[in-house]
Design a protein around this ligand. Structure first.
Ligand SMILES: Cc1ncc(COP(=O)(O)O)c(C=O)c1O
Length: 382
């Protein structure tokens, strides 16, 4: 049987990994500044994570959501205290798109409306409600209508206001920092403006923190840099350090009803133990502070690189903008310098999403590898 061939893949096969490095099937070691799409938060193969997940597997791997699973409450308590939303409610799912799907559904349930405001170049996932609010017609099929969605540029508060006046909108959905777009951060004023508009028109504010959350930006959630609170917050990637888990934080103003949401796998024993291990390591090793410090250090060192047009983002979610297509540079970094970095939908932006545990050595190694690569003028043209 063939695999359904939807992924363009690099000819490289990681077989073992530790911290911020992995080794391929030829024994070559790579510096991982991509974390498998921002998923590796506490580092590869963390011993506490391995112990907690394997102990759980030995005890009980799975049972459905129709029994008592105390790990779910343990996770809710821990997450509430670490993330700064202790009085919110938690609904557990398996992925980022599912978290957004449920957030949009809840917003529609509570308001009885269906209009959604979303932002250009944003990404929220590939299932029906999430892909409808994602500004990319290439991944939307005829079965995914989006005529209920209005897309605006970041910062366009007037446009948002005009649509809200029609009183048809259930939710505004926005990424804490736009990731796939090439690292675009909404301004503090813009997020505060959206919060005010949501209060005024009784619309649900959904912060998609699937990529920018879990400490990556140097705050638990990127929107917390702006001092606002969201009504619903969606999470996934860094939450399980590779174990599939997603979640939805729900404001106390939302009343739950049996049967309104549900999932077979969401919140299972293994997923909860992986997520608990992640939070324990984030706390013990002060990884949010480390993301802030290492992000600042990286930005400082990147400033000395002439070929860079702009460095954007916060913490360890950074976009490096050049004035050429980065495809050849990315290849060179990967195959010659052995550094894995990400691309974005902006062809001139390289994305850095390393594990939150990197230290000064990794920052220095990355800067050396980048500097070496940029000496090759043939890489710096389209
Ligand atoms: C901001 C954002 N939201 C949602 C998703 C979808 O997450 P998943 O691929 O886990 O469904 C992604 C994935 O890249 C994302 O970056």
């Amino acid at each position: 049987m063939n695999l359904f061939d939807v992924y363009p893949i690099y000819d490289i096969e990681p077989v073992t990994a530790s911290g911020s490095r992995f080794t391929d099937s030829n024994g070559e070691e790579y510096l991982d500044f991509y974390g498998g799409h921002a998923v590796i938060s506490i580092g590869h193969s963390h011993p506490h994570y391995i112990a907690r997940v394997s102990n759980q597997l030995r005890q009980l791997g799975f049972y459905s959501n129709s029994i008592i699973n105390p790990l779910q409450q343990e996770l809710a308590d821990k997450l509430g205290s670490v993330c700064g939303y202790p009085d919110y409610q938690l609904f557990l799912v398996n992925s980022g798109t599912e978290a957004n799907e449920n957030a949009l559904k809840l917003a529609s349930f509570i308001t009885g409306k269906k209009g959604v405001i979303s932002f250009r170049n944003g990404f929220h996932g590939r299932t029906a409600a999430s892909v409808a609010v994602t500004d990319n017609p290439r991944i939307r099929a005829a079965i995914n209508p989006c005529d209920h969605v209005s897309f605006f540029s970041l910062e366009d508060l007037n446009g948002v206001d005009e649509v809200l006046m029609k009183n048809e909108t259930c939710a505004i959905i926005i990424e804490g920092i736009q990731g796939i777009a090439g690292i675009n951060t909404p301004s503090r004023e813009f997020l505060m403006g959206l919060r005010d508009l949501c209060n005024k028109y009784e619309v649900v504010l959904i912060l998609d923190e699937v990529q920018s959350g879990y400490g990556r930006s140097g705050a638990f959630f990127a929107h917390q840099h702006s001092g606002i609170e969201a009504d619903l917050i969606t999470m996934a990637k860094g939450m399980g350090n590779g174990f599939p888990i997603g979640g939805l934080l729900i404001s106390p103003s939302f009343e739950s009803k049996h049967g309104q949401l549900g999932t077979t796998f969401g919140g299972n024993h293994l997923a909860c133990s992986a997520a608990l291990a992640v939070l324990e390591v984030i706390e013990d090793e002060k990884l949010i502070e480390n993301a802030r410090l290492m992000g600042n250090l990286l930005c400082e060192k990147l400033k000395a690189i002439n070929q860079l047009v702009e460095v954007r983002g916060q913490g360890l979610m950074l976009g490096m903008k050049f004035d050429f297509n980065i495809k050849k540079l990315r290849h060179h970094l990967l195959f010659t310098e052995k550094v894995f970095v990400g691309s974005s939908s902006d062809p001139s932006v390289l994305r850095l999403l390393p594990p939150l545990c990197i230290g000064i050595n990794e920052v220095d190694q990355f800067i050396n590898c980048l500097t070496n690569s940029l000496k090759h003028e043939e890489l710096l043209v389209d």
